[in-house]
Write a new protein. Structure first.
Length: 523
């Protein structure tokens, strides 16, 4: 017996749509803004794929009975918890996961587990329309650029070209090629993974073969992107700079994606030939349509059908939880703006033996960083050795307005991080005795620099993005504060010195500047 939507179901869907729109409106607007970026433009087609997958399941879906279950409430509650983690911690990825969990929880509440299993793949596929967190995305991008550069150089050398690599810069002798973000391979890595998932879903074979097919998309993407970069180097002497930009650059990306898809199809054919082979009889569980064809009749208890407009108790509880979440998120201010103890305009250019020159940042960068105040000073010691000092302060870290870590910003400018990690200084950075900071050696075009950076956050010194999100959530909840700062110092490693000398200079400067900085940042 087939189920059909009735007026009551449409009414409940309408109520849930209004509540979800109220809760996630700003997050969904931000999400569609992310889709406009070239790396995530593939997300526009994901909703259409989801609708197709659901349409394909319509027969078995309506043939199965709806068995409303209270087991959807825990999923709904976990989704609401993720909402508050994302809302107070300023992390959009948590908000996207929250939206998905709440959607699954509502489906489970009203339709039951049997129907959830039928549409489990389309529901899971919704997750592919959410871009990864920025700090993960940037790390993947940097790693892919390095791998692609190495493969590109190796390929050119195989064909007899003189090519050498330093970081993301490929030296061909007659010119240099910079492997930028657009050439990292991300623009078709994610689409290729999604394509692999879809192919595996429709691929009728053993599960391990499907998993292998999906995971093979990663090395395939890296390999063909390396070949793409090599092709630019090999064609450069013939066609000049135009091979790296414009039509040829875009066409080569499309062509490489087609090659990758062809490799996946060939891989499916090869896997089909590898034993064990799946037989005509399948041990997969039958859905509602298959059960009917085999002579099994699905009997739906008529008492489960709602013939009137009175909602079930699950609906009332879900509306109450979602309504309270909407009201609290818009009615309570969890982030107060905390001004600095003193403006950075007053920050001294003379600190101990160091004398500095104040610098300014262009307005477009200030708007992009969403900071409240900043200071940039080039300090110099009596020997003429420089320290680049930069502090950015945020009165309130909201969604999409959090601190930008040097670990993601600097590599975006072509700097390659080496020996990066958390270190303990031989002295304290604040009155609480915190002494841990981040340190990294970075290189670009033969230039080596040493960078130290840390995050003063409401009396704490933090060193990584996970700490920033956790304490932003906790302090927003308990203190109504999410203010914080980034402190970054960079010193050049001069040709007549070693890394140890640069480290001593940087640490001497930090020892001098830390107590001065402590007077400006609120505790």
């Amino acid at each position: 017996m087939k189920e059909k939507f009735n007026i009551s179901a449409l009414l409940w869907i309408g109520v849930y749509s209004v509540l979800l729109a109220g809760i996630f409106f700003s997050s969904l607007i931000y999400l569609t803004g992310q889709w406009k970026k070239d790396d995530f433009s593939y997300c526009y087609i994901v909703p259409f794929i989801v609708f197709y997958l659901l349409w394909e399941k319509k027969e078995s879906f309506f043939s199965a009975p709806s068995l409303p279950s209270w087991k959807g409430i825990p999923v709904l509650c976990v989704g609401i918890l993720f909402f508050w983690v994302g809302e107070l911690g300023g992390e959009y990825t948590a908000l996207y996961i929250s939206f998905w969990l709440i959607l699954v929880g509502l489906c489970w509440l009203h339709m039951g587990w049997q129907k959830i299993k039928i549409i489990s793949f389309p529901l899971a596929f919704i997750l592919t329309m959410f871009p990864p967190p920025n700090f993960i995305y940037n790390k993947i991008s940097v790693s892919l650029k390095l791998l692609s550069s190495q493969l590109g150089v190796a390929t050119m050398q195989i064909f007899g070209m003189s090519a050498y690599r330093e970081g993301n810069v490929i030296d061909l002798g007659f010119t240099q090629l910079q492997v930028v973000d657009a050439c990292s391979g991300l623009r078709y890595l994610f689409p290729l993974i999604i394509l692999g998932i879809l192919l595996a879903y429709f691929y009728k074979d053993f599960f391990w073969k499907k998993v292998l097919l999906v995971f093979s998309t990663i090395p395939i993407s890296i390999l063909v992107n390396g070949i793409r970069i090599a092709s630019v180097g090999m064609l450069y002497p013939v066609f000049g700079p135009k091979v790296a930009v414009g039509f040829f650059h875009d066409f080569s990306g499309w062509f490489i994606f087609m090659i990758s898809m062809g490799i996946l199809i060939i891989e499916m054919w090869v896997l089909k030939k590898i034993p064990p082979r799946i037989g005509a009889a399948s041990n997969e569980p039958m859905d509602g349509t298959a059960l009917k064809e085999s002579g099994v009749v699905l009997i739906q208890n008529s008492k489960l059908k709602i013939q009137n407009l009175f909602p079930p108790p699950q609906f009332a509880v879900a509306v109450l939880l979602l309504g309270a979440t909407w009201g609290l998120s818009h009615g309570v201010e969890f982030r107060e703006k905390i001004p600095m103890a003193k403006s950075f305009d007053q920050f001294p250019i003379k600190v101990g033996k160091w004398t500095g020159i104040r610098k300014s940042m262009e307005s477009e960068f200030i708007e992009a960083l969403d900071l409240s105040d900043y200071v940039m000073i080039d300090y110099q010691d009596p020997q003429g050795r420089n320290i680049d000092f930069y502090v950015a302060y945020y009165e309130s870290q909201r969604k999409g307005e959090s601190i930008h870590s040097p670990a993601t910003c600097l590599p975006g400018g072509g700097w390659v991080f080496k020996d990066a990690g958390e270190v303990k200084l031989p002295f304290s950075l604040n009155a609480q005795g915190d002494s841990f900071t981040n340190r990294a050696l970075m290189e670009k075009a033969g230039i080596k620099q040493l960078v130290y950076y840390w995050f003063p956050q409401r009396g704490r010194i933090l060193t990584n993005a996970y700490q920033l999100k956790i304490f932003a959530f906790w302090d927003a909840l308990t203190k109504q504060r999410t203010d914080g700062a980034l402190v970054r110092i960079i010193t050049l490693i001069y040709q007549d010195e070693n890394i140890k000398a640069a480290e001593n200079r940087a640490q001497d400067f930090i020892l001098e500047i830390a107590p001065v900085l402590d007077e400006y940042l609120p505790r």
